[in-house]
Design a protein around this ligand. Structure first.
Ligand code: SAM
Length: 476
């Protein structure tokens, strides 16, 4: 029980006025004070759900399925001495720690045929990336996903999470998401706007979430949300699907934002009912068909999800192409890319997918659909850095290893637990195996990649990026 959870009276009065008649305020307050159940999502870019469950159950992990996400589980562990984020499975990207209700928006986005895994998608407010990685997994790294984030520090966390999870189809941008309607009208097949909000649904994990709560700040943020939703709507192709979500409860930031779009664009779009999204979804369904998840309904955080489909184009007075700097990349000529891809295949038995581009000493793999947005948007990072070149060759990157290393049929070394821990602490290792190899090597633990190394005699020289080195309490 979180007795210190700050629930100010004026907030509770505000909530009591909008709480649906069939729900109780006492239960609302009790659930706000109850600690949140831990939940995770299996990253199917790296491991199947069945293989993950088979791997973790013997370690004393109890995994209870989240009914609205077939890769999501509530988790309890017999041994909690190692933080979840320091487990080998987390470090190699096999799962993402994500609150169960936060899995809903992406489930809603993909529960319709318009959202194709090989399409052009936008995640307009993406950091730290729980939903971006969920979308990328459902796209199976195909097509292209533009993941935008306004805050620079959060952009770095997003990038680290994408790399850890082996995501290769994302282009990261760093703008106020209001630009998408102006710069890229009718471009995206599907859009997620998981909007910045007042976070009323998050008190179970942050007891101070409501410290600065006021009606004025809600009205202020609702105005921002309306602007972001309108812009996202312009960026959506006719026939496309858009999910608007928040982790807050007030009508101003949820139903009223949806209504403001309806008032502006009338029959140019329609909201879908989400009552059948999963068994029991109707318990959270509003008369309009939105999901308004009060924390006591599914014993989760509070959440709001609305899905709309665009019926036809609307006049866009916003349109104005963005200013772009010089694009620093050039497609890698076939005479350079082909031998390189052949070499990688010969050494590791995997072929990197995507289009190869180069800039100064770097070679990148861009997502399949990148050319659709090339020249229209400035990116912070596109796809995956494959290699760094130097005079006599190139060095494959850590992020390449995390994306492709699990699929390698050769050129890897499997460490035991003691060596795996040493490796994650940034140290070189001397793996016990019959013959040492030569050159670059993918370093794995229990079949999943930790990073890259290089054989020097019988030693594997550690090539883990310094910022990923951990110093204690690693996996047991
Ligand atoms: N979708 C994320 C996830 O699942 O991990 C959570 C997103 S959080 C609810 C909202 C994000 O929007 C924050 O990271 C915030 O920094 C960002 N943000 C705030 N204002 C923005 C704006 N005008 N345009 C784009 N992003 C914005």
């Amino acid at each position: 029980m979180h007795d210190n959870t700050y629930l100010p009276d004026h907030f509770l009065r505000h909530i009591a006025a909008i709480m649906p008649a069939h729900l109780s305020m006492d239960e609302f307050v009790a659930s706000c004070r109850r600690p949140l159940r831990r939940s995770i999502r299996v990253n199917t870019l790296k491991i199947s759900v069945a293989a993950f469950v088979a791997r973790m159950q013997p370690l004393g992990w109890q995994l209870d399925p989240v009914p609205w996400c077939d890769t999501g589980f509530w988790l309890s562990r017999e041994d909690e001495s190692v933080p979840l984020g320091n487990t080998a499975e987390h470090l190699s990207g096999l799962f993402y720690i994500q609150e169960a209700s936060s899995m809903l928006p992406v489930t809603a986005l993909f529960a319709c045929e318009q959202t194709r895994r090989d399409g052009m998608l936008l995640d307009a407010a993406a950091a730290p990336g729980s939903k971006t990685t969920q979308i990328a997994a459902l796209m199976d790294n195909q097509g292209m996903l533009v993941a935008n984030e306004y805050s620079s520090s959060r952009l770095k966390v997003l990038s680290a999470n994408l790399q850890r999870c082996g995501v290769t189809n994302v282009g990261m941008t760093h703008f106020d998401a209001k630009v998408f309607g102006q710069w890229l009208p009718e471009t995206f097949d599907a859009i997620l706007l998981d909007a910045p909000c007042s976070g009323e649904g998050t008190v179970r994990k942050d007891e101070d979430a409501l410290r600065n709560w006021s009606i004025e700040s809600i009205d202020e943020i609702a105005a921002v949300q309306q602007g972001l939703l309108e812009s996202a709507f312009h960026a959506l192709k006719p026939g496309g699907v858009l999910v608007y979500s928040t982790c807050t409860l007030s009508l101003q930031e949820n139903q009223a934002v949806c209504q403001s779009l309806q008032d502006k664009f009338g029959d140019a779009f329609s909201f879908d009912s989400l009552a059948d999204l999963f068994p029991a979804a109707e318990k959270a369904c509003t008369p309009e068909g939105y999901l308004h998840v009060w924390p006591q309904i599914f014993d989760s955080e509070g959440f709001f999800v609305a899905r709309l489909r665009k019926n036809h184009s609307v006049p866009n007075t916003m349109f104005k192409p963005g200013k772009l700097g010089k694009f620093p990349f050039l497609p890698l000529p076939a005479k350079e890319s082909e031998p390189m891809l052949r070499e990688i295949e010969a050494a590791f038995g995997v072929v990197p997918q995507g289009n190869l581009f180069g800039r100064s000493e770097e070679i990148w793999l861009f997502p399949q659909l990148f050319e659709q947005v090339q020249g229209k948007l400035r990116f912070d990072r596109i796809g995956l850095k494959l290699a760094e070149t130097f005079k006599k060759g190139y060095r494959l990157t850590h992020e390449w290893a995390l994306a492709y290393g699990d699929g390698a049929s050769k050129g890897f070394v499997e460490l035991d637990i003691a060596d795996a821990r040493e490796f994650m602490m940034g140290r070189d290792v001397w793996p016990e195996q019959e013959a040492a190899g030569t050159g670059e090597v993918i370093v794995r633990y229990q079949g999943h990649t930790l990073g890259m190394g290089k054989w020097v005699g019988s030693r594997v020289k550690n090539a883990l990026p310094r910022e990923l080195v951990r110093d204690n309490n690693l996996f047991v």
